[in-house]
Structure formats: structure tokens, C-alpha cells
Design a protein around this ligand. Structure first.
Ligand SMILES: Nc1ncnc2c1ncn2[C@@H]1O[C@H](COP(=O)(O)OP(=O)(O)OP(=O)(O)O)[C@@H](O)[C@H]1O
Length: 263
């Protein structure tokens, strides 16, 4: 279990003001769960993910993974960012194997593992290609394979499909569900998109800004239904999906109005 307990973060800006980026956020990322944090820009989603990744400390509260405090980045937490961070001078297979290289795994074993992961993300035939030869969606697939290479316990994804066109984005969502099912990894995923959150999450936490906090939580079954049926279209056009989308839209708009009134 990855447990975030009353996590708060304050930043001091250049002009000396304090920003309350996260306010007593608590959530559990349990085995096999797919937890999505949804919210408008500035509500603290990346701050939360960065703290879980161990890139930055909390001002107060705790984060633990299977009971151990998270204080630094670690191989048991793989991260995928919106902008791919592939090394342009390395081939796709070598990019995927990078973490294994750092971990001291032998070259031959690194290749076998990286090629397995490239098959998992549908890029078996692109092992020798270089990042500049790939589309944005393909580069994100490489990023997912790379994050999985060290067999992390949880995958942290910061708006990974935000820069993709809508068709590619939908394909990537479906691919990610198949990766989630095939690997059994827990996923923590950030998005601005209500539809993406509803489709992917077993749990969606809705966040609002200043201070960044969780204002609603939903336990959902759409992703499991997709695993069973493989039919994304009928899930996304179902009345329950549409009514939840409207409910969340109302929550997000409501928190924006409260914020504007306070400013
Ligand atoms: N290093 C920093 N110094 C000062 N303020 C910061 C810093 N990092 C983030 N903030 C502020 O904290 C708040 C939360 O930022 P954060 O990036 O976590 O939000 P977000 O929900 O991820 O936004 P976006 O979706 O635009 O990435 C914002 O008001 C932001 O300006």
C-alpha cells in the first residue's frame, strides 16, 4: 500500500509570498488500483506526484510505501512525465534499458528485459530506432516501458497523454489499461481531462486549487468494464458515464467560482 497521509506543501515564491500548494491530502494507492488525480491547473497535482516520487519533501504529513517512509526517489516508483525524457542519442531499446544499466544489470539481460517491455507496449519492431524517428504517442510508449524496466511497485504518471492528439490519446489510454492488467502495477495518474479520469480510474480524486486539496472521491468500475468488454465507445457513451462527467464538471466549476470569489 502506498499511503499519503495529511500531506501539505507550502512554497515560498520569489517575492516572498507563501503558496499553499497542497493542503492535508490523504489517499491510498492499494494493490492493483488505478488512482487518478483530476483537477484544473495549479491545484497541486504535480506537487503531489513529485512528493510521492520523492523529488521534494512535504511541509507536513507523511508518505509511506508498504510502511516505509518515502523521502527520496527510488526504483520502486517509476515515473512517466508529459514531456518524454528519452535520450536522443540512444536507441529505443537502450533508452528502455537505462534504469537497468544504472542498476548494474548485464547488457544481455538488459536487452531481453527491454525487448519484452517493448512488445508489451506494441513497439517490438522499433527497438533499434532512435527517438526522433517516433511519433509522440510512440515516445510515450517508450517512456512507459522504461518506467517499468526496473519492475517498480507503483507507476507515477504526470499528465502523460496531455500533449497527444485526441485519437492517439484514446489509443494510449487503452494501451495503458492493457499494461496495467498485464503487469498488475498500481498506477497514480494525473490529468486535466474528466473523461480520461473516468475511463481509467478505479478511484478518481478531484482536486481544487489554493489551497490544493481533494474535494471529492469516486470509486469507479468503468475501467474494469473495459477490461471485460474491450468496448471503450459504449462505456464513454453510456448514460452513467455522462452523468458522472457532469457531476464532476459541476464540482470543478464550483471550486473555481469559490476561488474567484475569494480573490
Ligand atoms: N517550486 C515552486 N515554487 C513556488 N510555487 C510553486 C512551485 N511549484 C508549484 N508551485 C505553485 O503551487 C501550486 C500547485 O502547483 P502544481 O504544479 O502542483 O499544480 P498542478 O495542478 O500540477 O498544475 P498543472 O496542471 O498546471 O501542472 C501552483 O499555484 C504553483 O504555482
Amino acid at each position: 500500500m502506498l499511503k499519503v497521509d495529511h500531506a501539505s506543501v507550502y512554497f515560498r515564491t520569489r517575492d516572498g509570498n507563501m503558496v499553499h500548494a497542497l493542503d492535508r491530502v490523504s489517499l491510498d494507492i492499494s494493490d492493483n488500483s488505478f488512482v487518478v488525480a483530476l483537477g484544473a491547473s495549479g491545484c497541486g497535482k504535480s506537487t503531489l506526484l513529485n512528493a510521492i516520487a520523492g523529488f521534494m519533501p512535504l511541509s507536513s504529513g507523511t508518505i509511506t510505501l508498504d510502511g516505509r517512509p518515502v523521502t527520496h526517489p527510488g526504483a520502486e516508483r517509476g515515473v512517466v512525465f508529459q514531456k518524454d525524457t528519452l535520450l536522443p542519442w540512444k536507441s529505443v531499446v537502450d533508452n528502455v534499458a537505462l534504469g537497468l544499466q544504472f542498476a548494474g544489470v548485464q547488457r544481455a539481460a538488459r536487452r531481453v528485459r527491454a525487448e519484452e517491455l517493448l512488445s508489451l507496449v506494441g513497439l517490438k519492431d522499433f527497438a533499434k530506432a532512435f527517438p526522433y524517428e517516433l511519433s509522440g504517442g510512440m515516445r510515450q510508449r517508450v517512456g512507459i516501458a522504461r518506467a517499468l524496466a526496473t519492475d517498480p511497485e507503483v507507476l507515477l504518471m504526470d499528465e502523460p497523454f496531455g500533449a497527444l492528439d485526441s485519437l492517439t490519446r484514446e489509443q494510449m489510454q487503452e494501451l495503458l489499461v492493457s499494461v496495467w492488467k498485464a503487469t498488475g502495477k498500481r498506477i497514480f495518474f494525473i490529468t486535466h481531462s474528466i473523461e480520461e479520469a473516468l475511463f481509467l480510474g478505479t478511484q478518481v480524486v478531484v482536486m481544487s486549487p489554493r489551497p490544493g486539496r481533494i474535494v471529492a472521491r469516486f470509486d469507479l468500475d468503468f475501467v474494469q468494464e473495459f477490461v471485460r468488454t474491450g468496448d471503450a465507445r459504449s462505456i464513454k457513451t453510456a448514460p452513467e458515464f455522462a452523468s458522472l462527467r457532469e457531476e464532476i464538471r459541476t464540482i470543478l466549476h464550483g471550486s473555481e467560482e469559490i476561488r474567484s470569489a475569494a480573490e
